[in-house]
Write a protein that binds this ligand. Structure first.
Ligand code: GLU
Length: 471
């Protein structure tokens, strides 16, 4: 049975890269009818925060990436929060010590740093070996540790040999002999390092496949060596390529919104975000781009993950989001946009009226936030003073009076009424319509004028014409 995990560190909001990793793991698990595990890697005590953990979970749920085992729902291999598994790491570190694959280090951090500096000054890579630390393990030092309530750190003896990794995405990767030295697996405060905790957990949680960002490729050699030391078979591991910004540089804050939280608050739809993320380094065999989660699940395979960096293109994401807005169920759209309207203080005359306003501007918006500038004039009277030629002024006033006294709000009636005034007075039609649009919306472009008049209503239209015309 396929078992994969998403293992975020709760040190910040979920960003594009992390969400894509979660999505690929989710699609892979669902495609194979396997399990998707959420594991919180919170061993960096200083930087991990509960709010980020909560936010990660909420964001994953918003994206529709629901997990089968995790810190909140438990599961057969829990706990799923690394900070609750410290006793397990201690036990497994001891196991490696007894096997002669790891050793205790009684040196203080500043002494370890000194060794590093010395190696560097001799132009050598700072690769530790057991011998460097032996002299510190005196009986006096051990007593000192006991008195201070300290435990020795545990270092892993990295085998000095070439390690070959068959990556699910990148193909064969060779880590040559001596590229990595010994490294800490357990700090003297009992907290494991990432590489060790990750191996112990993937092993105990029976993870079969790991899909993660290629920034973790250098860790893989250490992790493979530890699996070997435990006599365990490692999961199959694939590293997905980096995500770059449109300028070809690593995606970062400079490129604008990068956290899923930001996209959510601007009014991107989860369906569009997951669809777009899936295409960052994966493609469907039929080259289809707009896909539902179910379609992606049925088409997903690791062999279609790209070796090449993916380019994050906000224009394409916006286009895709616009597509989802236009094709989405109207009730659902109203439901989603309501909190935004409340925020902006936009009061709808009625649910039916709001539905019609949405229909009118829907083609013009890419994200829900755009609705504010695309439709504000329906909710708020623009503060404008517009000048016009004498003829156009008179025609507009005539229109406003006729509209005010008319009972009908039929669109055809409105169109005919306006047209007959324009024709009857022989005014410059272009000037007339531009001025009218400006009076009603405060802008030079937007939806059809007849739709605007119809949705504003005759009396509001009349008021805007009268109030906005320059004396
Ligand atoms: N906690 C690691 C991270 O957030 C997980 C890496 C992995 O998937 O092994 O990058």
């Amino acid at each position: 049975m396929v078992r994969v995990r998403f293992a975020p560190s709760p040190t910040g909001y979920l960003h594009v890269g992390g969400a894509r990793t979660a999505l690929f793991n989710y699609l892979f698990a669902r495609h194979h009818g396997g399990k998707f595990v959420l594991r919180i890697e919170d061993t960096d005590i200083a930087r991990s925060e509960k709010v980020f953990e909560q936010n990660l979970m909420e964001t994953l749920r918003w994206l529709g990436l629901n997990w089968d085992e995790g810190p909140d729902i438990g599961g057969p291999f829990g706990p799923y929060r690394q900070s609750e598994r410290l006793h397990i790491y201690r036990e497994y570190a001891q196991r490696l010590v007894s096997l002669g694959k790891a050793y205790e280090v009684y040196a203080y951090p500043e002494e370890i740093e000194k060794i590093r500096e010395q190696l560097l000054s001799q132009d050598e890579a700072p690769h530790y070996t057991r011998e460097y630390f032996e002299s510190f393990a005196t009986s006096e030092r051990k007593r000192e540790y006991e008195q201070k309530g300290l435990k020795p750190a545990i270092y892993f003896s990295m085998p000095r040999k070439t390690i070959v990794h068959e990556d699910l995405v990148k193909g064969t990767v060779v880590f040559s002999e001596g590229s990595v030295g010994d490294f800490a697996i357990l700090r003297s405060n009992g907290v494991p390092t990432y590489n060790f905790a990750c191996v112990v957990d993937d092993m105990l949680m029976q993870i079969t496949h790991v899909i993660r960002g290629d920034d973790h490729l250098p860790n893989t050699v250490k992790q493979l060596a530890m699996y070997e030391a435990f006599g365990a078979t490692p999961p199959k591991i694939g590293h997905v390529s980096t995500i770059l910004g449109p300028d070809g540089k690593k995606l970062s804050k400079r490129h604008g919104a990068t956290s899923i939280e930001e996209f959510r608050s601007q009014g991107y739809l989860p369906e569009a975000v997951v669809n777009y993320l899936a295409l960052l380094g994966w493609s469907s065999p039929d080259a289809k781009e707009i896909m539902s989660m179910d379609e992606m699940i049925s088409k997903f395979s690791i062999d279609r993950l790209s070796k090449n960096p993916a380019i994050f293109d906000p224009v394409k994401l916006n286009w895709m989001n616009g597509h989802y807005i236009r094709t989405m169920d109207e009730e659902q759209l109203i439901h989603l946009i309501s909190p935004f309207l409340n925020n902006w203080g936009f009061l709808a005359k009625s649910p039916e009226w709001l539905r019609e306003v949405l229909q009118t501007v829907k083609d013009r918006i890419h994200i829900l936030k755009d609705f504010q500038t695309a439709a504000d004039f329906f909710f708020i009277r623009p503060q404008v003073k517009v000048s016009a030629s004498q003829e156009v002024r008179e025609a507009l006033i005539e229109c406003s009076e006729k509209l005010e006294s008319s009972q009908s709000l039929d669109k055809n009636y409105v169109v005919n009424l306006i047209r007959s005034v324009v024709k009857g007075r022989k005014v410059n039609a272009k000037e007339f319509y531009t001025t009218l649009r400006h009076l009603l919306t405060g802008r030079n472009e937007g939806p059809e004028l007849v739709d605007i008049v119809y949705l504003l209503g005759t009396s509001e239209t009349a008021i805007r014409i009268k109030m906005g015309l320059e004396e």
